[in-house]
Ligand binder design. Structure first.
Ligand code: NAD
Length: 338
């Protein structure tokens, strides 16, 4: 069965998904695309092979599954419109601008039973999944600590050039919810459940309600401790970069760069081992770590009527940790349970 895919929003991430769909090899046909910026919709349609629509409803009428790739504040309304038609939906992260809205969206999607997936794409990262396997290896011993640093230039400029990311009503807040919700999700995916958060935020750029630094101290349920530092700076020549170090009793693991490493690890008495690129992929294959195309997976789930992953419940969990961090920062760093 050919799956007809529609798009609401024709910006940066919609284009990314469109390219991933093209590369997935799945039987996909392009349906309608709507964006309040008609030039964007037209350019997207021309590049992807779909057609520009004058309304959101036209898109929903034209497809078997829809991607919601608008700025964040529009996600709940558009996901709801899809769900009311029984349409499978891919919703970008964050689900919504705050926790109550993310909870409401999740409840509606889950109750409807539609196939759904969220944009927490690092769940498919070979680098993070290899680090997870190395940490879970019994030879590593207990996980003691994790240091997670994520920095990018403030995405109101450069390739993102999005004014909405400086508007709290559209983005919810700053670097933690808009960008580092990925990191919070990776911390739970790789290390385990977070039990408590203490956080501080700062705002150097002066956009009301948009923090550009967030530091969080995390306690994990299994006793591990961690820190997350998320920064939006102005070094436009620097790409968005993550660096993660995991300290286990008998293994040190480091991840540089989000997808193809390098990943380095070292055990007692042994040399540091580094893999990147094809070697990293081979190390994943050796360990049975799948590396599927997230968009291909979504389309296959739609075609087969099977559950997709990560779904909105995974994103909701990340929202709960983000919310605890914002509550802590507002209370001057007082620890908050998740
Ligand atoms: N998963 C990821 O790694 C990732 C990366 C970037 C962005 N995102 C998320 O994706 C979403 C979009 O980000 P972006 O970088 O593509 O932003 P963008 O500014 O490039 O595109 C957003 C588009 O949505 C359009 N839009 C607004 N309201 C709409 C509506 N009602 N119907 C249709 N279109 C509408 C805007 O006109 C704009 O063209 C955000 O929620 C962002 O957090 C996720």
């Amino acid at each position: 069965m050919t799956v007809r895919v529609g798009f609401l929003g024709a910006g940066l991430i919609a284009t990314f998904h469109s390219k991933m769909l093209k590369g997935s090899g799945e039987d996909v046909a392009r349906a309608g695309v709507f964006d309040p910026d008609p030039d964007r919709a037209a350019a997207f349609a021309a590049a992807s092979g779909g057609f520009a629509c004058a309304t959101e409803d036209e898109v929903l009428d034209s497809c078997d599954a829809v991607y919601v790739c608008t700025w964040t504040s529009e996600h709940p309304r558009l996901v709801s419109a899809a769900v009311q038609r029984g349409l499978p939906v891919f919703c970008e992260k964050p689900l919504a601008v705050d926790l109550p809205a993310a909870e409401a969206l999740t409840a509606e999607v889950v109750a409807s039973g539609v196939v759904n997936q969220c944009g927490l794409v690092l769940r498919r990262s070979p680098a993070f999944n290899l680090a997870k396997a190395l940490r879970e290896d019994p030879a590593a011993g207990p996980t003691m600590a994790v240091v997670f640093r994520d920095d990018q230039y403030i995405p109101t400029q450069g390739q993102y050039a999005s004014t909405w990311r400086a508007d709290r009503t559209k983005a919810g807040a700053g670097t933690l919810i808009e960008h580092s919700i990925h990191d919070v999700d990776m911390l739970e995916h790789v290390i385990g459940p977070v039990a408590e958060v203490s956080a501080r935020s700062a705002n150097h750029h002066g956009h009301a309600g948009i923090e550009d630094v967030m530091t969080a101290s995390l306690s994990f349920a299994d006793g591990a401790l961690g820190t997350l530092t998320s920064v939006w700076h102005d070094v436009l020549s620097r790409p968005s970069l993550r660096r993660v170090e995991i300290f286990c009793g008998s293994r040190w693991i480091a991840i540089e760069d989000d997808w193809f490493g390098p990943v380095t690890w070292q055990d007692p008495g042994g040399p540091a081992v580094t893999v990147a690129g094809e070697e990293l992929v081979a190390a994943c294959t050796e360990r049975g770590i799948p590396m599927p195309n997230p968009d291909g997976d979504f389309v296959r789930a739609v075609r087969d009527g099977t559950p997709a992953h990560p779904d909105v419940t995974v994103a909701l969990r990340a929202h709960r940790i983000v919310d605890a961090a914002y509550r802590s920062a507002a209370a001057g760093g007082v620890p908050q349970p998740v």
